[in-house]
Design a protein around this ligand. Structure first.
Ligand SMILES: NC(=O)c1ccc[n+]([C@@H]2O[C@H](COP(=O)([O-])OP(=O)(O)OC[C@H]3O[C@@H](n4cnc5c(N)ncnc54)[C@H](OP(=O)(O)O)[C@@H]3O)[C@@H](O)[C@H]2O)c1
Length: 233
């Protein structure tokens, strides 16, 4: 595992938790953030073989991100930011209240960009680093009942494509991952009961993402779609 802290936001459940376990199993130093601090404590309690720092951070709050002291948590540099925190709805556009749409955009797009802005000075100074965005296949293909989610993730995808070209000169890799359906608590229980067996498991996804991070050398997998073998739901 390369040196430097791996910061995973939204590490308190689902894919983020699986990423934490996967990176920890290869000796990475981790910084895990989310709103549910008690969940982070439980996860940290299981990851005893590596250095794990946890912190409460609501990425829907720009002042919180601004005040977040990243530098002291990255004494030996930052290896990677994994932008995993995300929220969605499963309702038609006409039923989504504006404040909920705003919240989705504030977390999935604005707050995530603020996390990127937080790591950029460190990565530029150390002349390298990796930013991995956990996007969604819904940023590329139309799935109904997730319009604000799709818009927020597609916005982050395009932001990151532009950013990628700007930061190549600093050896910063920007990786967009577009996962298909994965069995996590983001889905309503009724959907999980019906479809979880044909969804990806978060541990499988985490393994693929860790491999992408570890095996890059001078080659970068910049845009990656990861789907269940049986295809989209
Ligand atoms: N599951 C899928 O089928 C699927 C497919 C494609 C992409 N994704 C993406 O994968 C990512 C992880 O989702 P998941 O499926 O693992 O669902 P999940 O278990 O619900 O995880 C979502 C994570 O985001 C965090 N989060 C939400 N709002 C936050 C906020 N305001 N500030 C900080 N953290 C926040 C949650 O932590 P707290 O609640 O503790 O803050 C939680 O750790 C999301 O970005 C999602 O869009 C999922």
């Amino acid at each position: 595992m390369k040196k430097g802290v791996i910061w995973i936001n939204g590490a308190s459940s689902g894919i983020g938790e699986a990423l934490a376990e996967s990176f920890a199993s290869h000796g990475a130093s981790l910084l895990l953030t989310a709103r549910r601090y008690d969940n982070l404590e439980k996860i940290k309690g299981r990851l005893t073989d590596t250095q794990v720092a946890i912190a409460k951070l609501d990425i829907g709050s720009l002042p919180e991100i601004e005040a977040f002291d990243l530098n002291t948590k990255c004494e030996y540099g930052i290896g990677c930011l994994i932008n995993n925190a995300g929220i969605t709805t499963f309702t038609p556009a006409e039923a989504d209240p504006m404040d909920l749409i705003r919240q989705i955009v504030e977390v999935n797009l604005i707050g995530t960009i603020a996390c990127i802005k937080k790591v950029l000075p460190l990565m530029i100074e150390q002349n390298g680093g990796t930013i991995i965005n956990i996007l969604t296949v819904a940023a590329k293909k139309v799935f109904t009942n997730s319009s604000a989610y799709a818009a927020s993730k597609a916005g982050l995808a395009m932001y990151s494509k532009v950013l990628r070209e700007e930061v190549r000169k600093y050896n910063i890799r920007v990786v967009n991952i577009y996962p298909g359906a994965t069995a996590t608590p983001i889905w309503p229980e009724s959907v999980l009961q019906k479809h979880s067996s044909r969804m990806m498991q978060p541990e499988e996804l985490a393994l693929m993402i860790r491999n992408l991070y570890e095996n890059q050398g001078s080659v970068v997998s910049e845009e990656v779609e990861l789907r269940p073998l049986k295809g989209d739901l």
